[in-house]
Structure formats: structure tokens, C-alpha cells
Write a protein that binds this ligand. Sequence first.
Ligand SMILES: [Zn+2]
Length: 79
Amino acid sequence: METNTCRICGSNKLMKGLKITDFGHGNVKKDLSIYIPTTDRAFFNKFERGTINAQVCGSCGNMELSIANFRELWEAYNK
Ligand SMILES: [Zn+2]
């Protein structure tokens, strides 16, 4: 799926491996991620987390998202 040209405009000005960051109180940075709980307890639940990687086109602004540890997320999703 990873390509060197933009799927929309064909430009090669791609910015890869970017993180989608939320600036919280006091500009505390938090990378957005996918969260899948794998246990259903009241406390200390186990979970699988996948940080979202973004690729942005520097010509048209198209953005595509991907996850590095998609296999682990798929396993957690099926539990
Ligand atoms: Zn583009």
C-alpha cells in the first residue's frame, strides 16, 4: 500500500511517517492511536494499542492513515 506518489494527484511530495498529535492542556502532546481492549475487567484491563501513522501529500493535502502493528490489533480485535 505504501507508494511514492500521491494516489489523488500523482505528486511525489509525500511526507511519510507523520504522527497525528493532540495538543492537550499545557501543550502536552499525545499521539492519537487505535485502542482495543482484550480483557473485560473493572480495572487493569489489558489492551492493544496502535499508533496512527499519517502520510500527507505536500501538493494537494491528501492524507492516508496506517498502523504499524496491524497484526496484533487484528488478534486483539478477534478476542
Ligand atoms: Zn496529492
